[in-house]
Structure formats: structure tokens, C-alpha cells
Design a protein around this ligand. Structure first.
Ligand code: C2E
Ligand code: CA
Ligand code: CA
Length: 537
């Protein structure tokens, strides 16, 4: 604005000077001409000076005006470039995160004026980090550029494309509200197109996308407020997150329950973070029984969360979340510390089984951590049994094997949990030194119903016999199941038939009644279990 004013001032000076020139020049010039021809008196020198000054002013004013005009044109160009740099993602040429909001709002206003709707389509590459790590950043960049091109090729002319950052893109697509399935078609085409293998310097790279969509149409169950960019982005983001959780490589429209789910999820996350140091996670214990004698042999520790806001929460809810947010090891260790102290009050013949997440077995220090805890709590290693699931065997078998070996060297026993559900090969099972197999409760509980289940469990038991591994049947719910199992082989068992999992105090009461509390609470030294201690396996 200031520059434009100065611009006008320069122009004003030039024009005023020209007008003055016309005035004074009209008076003085004829006098000058006449005096040169000797036909009149010389003009007033003051007037002549004024005229010369006037000419100088005209030249000055005009040049200044011309200079300023070209200077302004250049500045405008620079400003336009800066604006582009601020709004455009240099890698893909798409709009960047900062500019997509205002651009969407503008598109919304335009669409409403012509009775059209706007869809916000959030596109996130699946496992892009892996592509980057495996093939290098150059390939990663090339893949992002190619993805932008592929999406752009599918977009209608009046749509916008933006790269929100990293591997996240967004499309803003105006559409006819009577045919929202156009957007569905667009999304499934996009998922198809992006998944085509891409070639970079002889490398073939494949990547999939997860897509979340929202539109300025009414969503059932939500209060209808006029849509703005922020709301559309927020909702598409939630739908995209949902697509990821449903297994990636798919699209979802935003729906109200997704938002509630997400809120619940983040409530769980903060609750878990807060709850671990506050001791809200406590061990419950489930009895393990020798089916032939009916004798109690030990307990399996099962985690419970006494949340001050949610009440008693099942491990099936909080364990996967703790795994996702990287807190499973902290959570598990805090529980084990408590369980070791609880178990020291029991008869030393009773074993303690603990469940370990596959994520904990990625930690090469895991066995050292366990052994340290055993030493700190003065707990005999042979009383501890570690349950791992078959899914642990599918990843990083090398680390898992060395963890198992070093725990076993200390006398800890290892059980394979949920046996039968995880597709491990016989070769795998034979190559790892398990002490026991736990037949998954889904097979065992079927025994109530029919012959087919009998045959299946029988086959699993024969498999275990072939591997020469003792077995525990989980999920014994009633006497029918128990009788069948007792006929099938020499097994240990556990399940609701023997009682629900209970807390440390209830266990103490139960053991006191059975005369199974430790007589001498003074613990035996670690590593040298007393002769009368039976191994858990
Ligand atoms: P799991 O290791 O297979 O544990 C047995 C689950 O079956 C327990 O559920 C137990 O309460 C339940 N159960 C026992 N008897 C019966 C029965 O007769 N019928 C039926 N229908 N169910 C029975 P819970 O306590 O909810 O634990 C669920 C899962 O959570 C466990 O399955 C285990 O995989 C995991 N989990 C529990 N505590 C921990 C922990 O501290 N760390 C890790 N990583 N996972 C844990
Ligand atoms: Ca278990
Ligand atoms: Ca199990």
C-alpha cells in the first residue's frame, strides 16, 4: 500500500510539473522566440529559470514513476513466488498442510453456492517407513511423487490435492450430494491404482493406502452443524485411523461411533500411563490342578486393572493397548514384582506362571531382567513358569531362542500357551526346548458339545505325547469336560470349574485353609532350590 502511494506521489509530481510547464511554457516560450528574432524584449529571467526547473521536474517525476512501476512489478513477482513456496509442497507440487484448510473452506463456499457437496478424503500410505528404511530416502521420495501423480490423475478438475506431510495426502472433491457413491468409487479406484507396483532403478516397490472420508452431508447420530474444513479434516482423520485399525488397505466413511471409540482409546492410554506407577494393575491368580489327583500344583497370574474411572478392566482390553503404546514391559514387570512377593507366601511346591507378550521377547535383555527380579525377590527360578504364545515364534526366532535358552539355564520353565491356535510347525516346536504345552481353551470348552471336539483334543494330546511334552488343558468349565480329559491322558488343567481367578488375599485364604502357606516365610537362596521343590513342568 505504502509503495503504491509513493507511486501515486511520483505520478502526481510529474503531472503537476507537466501542467505547470504548459502554463509557464505558454507564457515564456513565445517571448523567447520573439526576442531571438529581435522582435521583442527578453523574457523575465525568473520565468525562464522557472521554466527550466519545470522541465527538470517533468523529467525527474517521469523517471521516478517509471522506476517505481517496474520495481513494483518485480516485487509482485517475488511475493507470488513466496506465496507459492508457502502454500505448495515442493516434492509433489500439491498444496501443503498450511494451505489446505483455507482452500477447503473456499471450495466449500463455492460448492454451497451451487448446491454441491464436498468430500474430504484422507490418504495415508501403509508401512511407508518400512519402504523408506529398506530402499532408502530417494526411493521413498520417488514413491511419494508417484503416488501424488497417481492420485492427481484420478481427481476431477475442480478438486484439490494436498500433501499434509510425511506419507499423508488429502483430496478435497466437490460432488453431487445425490450421488455420494461417486466418492466411494473414487476411493476404491485410488486404493487400486496406488497399490500397483512401482519401479525405481530396477527395484519394484509396492505400497498400499488406508483412506478415511468425510463430507458436508449429515452424519446420522451427530448434531448437524455447518461443516467447515477443520471438521471435515478431523472426521476424515478419524475414519482413516479406523481403516488402519481394521487392517489397512481399505477405506471408511466417518461414522459417529468411531469418534467415541477413539475417545475411549485415548482414555485407556492415559489411564494406563497413569495407572502403572499408581499400582492400579494387580495380579489375579487362577488355580492349576493335576487332573489325575486333583492336587493344586500352582497358579497362573492374570493381570487385572482396577481403574478408578472404568472399574475392573479385562487384560483383553488393556494388554493390546499397552503393547501399542510401548508400555507392556513396564506393566508386566510391575505385576511380576508383586506376584513374586505374593507367591513367596505360598507353599514352595506351588509354581507361579506368568504370561509374556511377544513384544517383550523382542528385548534381548528380557531374560536378564527376569533373572534380576528373581534374585532381588529371592525367588527360586524353578518355581517360575513363563507362558509364551505361538505368535512369538513367528518373529525373530533367533532372539526368542536365546532368551528361552538363557532362562532355562537358570532353571525357569517355559510353556507354550494357546497351543493349537498359532500354526507353528512341528519342526519349530521340536527345535525349541519347551517344558509344557497348554491346549487352548477354545478346543477344550468344545468338549461339552460333541464327538468332533473329542477327536480334535485327542489329536492335540497325541501330538504333545509325540513331542514328549507334558500338557495343561485350559478352560475346564464343568465336570463333563473334566471326565473326558481325565480319560484322554495325564494332564494338568485349569478353568472356571475350579474357580474364577482371584486376588492375592483370596488365594492366601484358600491356601491357609488347605494348609498350603509357606511354613517358613524365610525364602530359600536363589539358584539352589531345596530338594523338596517340585519343578512346575
Ligand atoms: P490366557 O493366558 O489364555 O488366560 C486364560 C484366560 O482364560 C483368562 O482370561 C482366564 O480368566 C480365562 N479362563 C480361565 N478359565 C476359563 C474357563 O473355564 N472358561 C473360560 N471361558 N475362560 C476361562 P483373562 O484373565 O481375561 O486373560 C485373558 C488373556 O489376557 C490371557 O489369556 C492372556 O493372554 C492375557 N493376559 C493376562 N494377563 C497377562 C499379563 O500379565 N501379560 C500378558 N502379556 N498377557 C496377559
Ligand atoms: Ca496363559
Ligand atoms: Ca491360554
Amino acid at each position: 500500500m505504502g509503495r503504491a502511494e509513493r507511486d501515486l506521489v511520483a505520478l502526481g509530481i510529474a503531472i503537476a510539473a507537466i501542467l505547470l510547464f504548459v502554463g509557464t511554457g505558454g507564457l515564456v516560450l513565445p517571448q523567447v522566440v520573439r526576442s531571438w528574432m529581435g522582435a521583442g524584449t527578453a523574457p523575465d529571467p525568473i520565468l525562464v529559470n522557472a521554466l527550466l526547473l519545470n522541465i527538470a521536474l517533468v523529467i525527474f517525476g517521469w523517471r521516478r514513476y517509471a522506476e517505481l512501476t517496474s520495481e513494483i512489478a518485480e516485487r509482485r513477482k517475488a511475493e507470488e513466488l513466496a506465496r507459492q513456496l508457502a502454500e505448495i509442497d515442493p516434492l509433489t507440487g500439491a498444496l501443503n498442510r498450511r494451505s489446505i484448510g483455507p482452500a477447503t473452506d473456499a471450495l466449500l463456499a463455492e460448492a454451497h453456492a451451487s448446491d454441491r457437496s464436498v468430500a474430504f478424503v484422507m490418504v495415508d500410505l501403509d508401512n511407508f517407513k518400512l519402504v523408506n528404511d529398506l530402499n532408502g530416502h530417494l526411493a521413498g521420495d520417488a514413491l511419494l511423487r508417484l503416488t501424488a501423480e497417481r492420485i492427481r490423475a484420478l481427481l476431477p478438475k475442480d478438486a484439490l490435492l494436498s500433501r499434509l506431510g510425511g506419507d499423508e495426502f488429502a483430496c478435497v472433491v466437490p460432488f453431487d450430494p445425490r450421488t455420494p457413491d461417486r466418492i466411494d468409487q473414487f476411493a476404491s479406484l485410488l486404493i487400486d491404482r496406488v497399490a500397483q507396483p512401482a519401479d525405481f532403478n530396477g527395484l519394484s516397490i509396492e505400497v498400499t493406502v488406508s483412506v478415511g472420508m468425510s463430507a458436508d452431508l449429515e452424519v446420522p447420530g451427530t448434531p448437524s452443524e455447518p461443516a467447515d474444513a477443520q471438521m471435515l479434516i478431523h472426521r476424515a482423520d478419524i475414519a482413516m485411523y479406523h481403516a488402519k485399525k481394521q487392517g489397512k488397505n481399505r477405506y471408511f466413511w466417518f461414522e459417529e461411533p468411531m469418534e467415541a471409540e477413539l475417545r475411549f482409546r485415548s482414555e485407556l492410554e492415559t489411564g494406563i500411563r497413569r495407572g502403572i506407577p499408581r499400582g492400579e494393575f494387580i495380579p489375579y491368580y487362577e488355580q492349576q490342578i493335576d487332573l489325575a489327583t486333583g492336587e493344586l500344583t500352582g497358579f497362573e497370574m492374570l493381570a487385572r486393572w482396577q481403574s478408578p474411572t472404568l472399574g475392573m478392566v479385562s487384560p483383553e482390553v488393556f494388554i493390546p493397548v499397552a503393547e501399542d503404546i510401548g508400555l507392556i514391559a513396564d506393566l508386566s514387570e510391575s505385576l511380576i514384582e508383586v506376584a513374586l512377593e505374593d507367591a513367596k507366601e505360598w507353599d514352595p511346591r506351588l509354581s507361579l506362571s506368568i504370561n509374556i507378550s511377544p513384544i517383550q521377547l523382542r528385548d534381548p535383555w528380557f531374560s536378564q531382567k527376569i533373572i534380576k527380579m528373581l534374585v532381588r525377590h529371592n525367588f527360586p527360578p524353578p518355581r517360575l513358569d513363563i507362558e509364551i504364545t505361538e505368535s512369538c515364534l513367528h518373529e525373530n526366532i533367533g532372539v526368542v531362542r536365546s532368551i528361552i535358552t538363557s532362562l532355562k539355564n537358570q532353571g525357569v520353565t517355559i510353556s507354550l500357551d494357546d497351543f493349537g491356535t498359532g500354526f507353528s510347525s512341528l519342526a519349530q516346536l521340536r527345535s525349541l526346548p519347551f517344558d509344557r504345552l497348554k491346549i487352548d481353551r477354545s478346543f477344550v470348552s468344545e468338549l461339552k458339545d460333541g464327538e468332533d471336539a473329542d477327536k480334535l483334543v485327542q489329536a492335540i494330546i497325541q501330538l504333545g505325547d509325540g513331542l514328549e511334552l507334558p500338557m495343561t488343558a485350559e478352560g475346564i468349565e464343568d465336570p463333563t469336560i473334566l471326565t473326558k480329559l481325565q480319560r484322554m491322558g495325564e494332564l494338568k488343567g485349569q478353568g472356571y470349574f475350579y474357580g474364577r481367578p482371584e486376588n492375592a488375599e483370596a488365594v492366601r485364604t484358600r491356601l491357609a485353609a488347605a494348609g498350603l502357606l509357606a511354613k517358613n516365610p524365610e525364602p530359600t537362596p536363589t539358584g539352589e532350590p531345596a530338594d523338596d521343590q517340585r519343578k512346575a513342568g
